[in-house]
Design a protein. Structure first.
Length: 277
């Protein structure tokens, strides 16, 4: 199992490198002008825009395909971060019941009890090999990248002139197909994650249903270029979740651990009974 995970991590890193090379080549090959000033808009956003337009040029200036391919490239670029983040989150989820027991045990708010709880939590983290802050690092790194992609699509005016199947990229989807797809993929991704959690809480369940509704209303109020980005990004998220955070596989692993623990306890009880005889 560990070998398979290491191999997947290595493959995701190689894939990310290939995606980065393609993005750079597309940006360098684009010979048009992209406006922008300062570090954020003049360098980061401008080069994202150049790369999107460069990819679009490979498809006969089809900006819809350009947005799709570039969004996939971005998601592949940050895939190693997502793999690391998912692994950290899974470890935290597995020890969540133990953390809950500690909070119940040290329920008093006096300084001594709080200190004792913190010491017990540190020991639990150490024994489980968990860094409670590890999952936030990839999130901090990937958010500026996704924001840059969103901003590049929103501010690159030439993208608004393109058409993609039934939509004009600069206008809203008249049939609400893209907003509906964006909402459905958002729900599917969140629901798969929720299925894999050892314990469900009200906040997680609520967000699973609230986020798709929010995405739908956002998508019907913005140009179709952005709706298309949300559809592809969220569809990729579903595939990513199914691959590295498959709830059915997680449940099987969790049940196997429980069965192994039950078998161990049965063996201990049997050994005690045999010893008494």
């Amino acid at each position: 199992m560990q070998t398979a995970k290491k191999m997947f991590t290595m493959r995701s890193a190689i894939t990310a490198l290939i995606a980065l090379i393609i993005m750079i080549v597309a940006a360098v090959m684009y010979d048009g002008q992209v406006s922008g000033s300062g570090f954020w808009r003049g360098i980061i956003i401008a080069n994202f825009s150049r790369s999107i337009l460069g990819v679009s040029a490979w498809f006969g200036d089809n900006y819809g395909f350009g947005i799709i391919i570039f969004t996939v490239l971005i998601r592949l670029l940050i895939l190693p971060l997502m793999v690391y983040q998912t692994g950290s989150m899974r470890k935290m989820q597995e020890i969540a019941p133990e953390l809950k027991k500690l909070q119940q045990k040290y329920s008093s708010r006096d300084p001594e009890t709080m200190q004792a709880m913190q010491a017990a939590q540190k020991k639990l983290y150490k024994d489980a090999g968990v860094n409670p802050f590890a999952s936030f690092i990839p999130l901090i790194v990937q958010m500026p990248i996704l924001i840059a992609l969103y901003t590049a699509i929103r501010t690159t005016n030439v993208l608004e002139t393109g058409t993609f199947f039934w939509v004009q990229l600069g206008e809203r989807d008249p049939y609400f197909i893209l907003p509906i797809l964006a909402a459905l993929f958002t729900f599917a991704s969140s629901y798969l994650v929720m299925m894999g959690q050892p314990e469900k809480n009200g906040m997680t369940t609520s967000m699973t249903y609230i986020m798709p509704i929010m995405i739908f209303f956002f998508a019907i109020s913005v140009p179709s270029a952005l709706s298309l980005y949300w559809v592809i990004s969220n569809a990729f998220q579903v595939a990513q979740t199914w691959t590295i955070q498959n709830p059915f596989e997680i449940r099987r692993e969790r049940e196997a651990k429980k069965e192994a623990e039950r078998a161990k306890q049965r063996a201990i009880r049997k050994a005690i009974r045999d010893h008494k005889r």
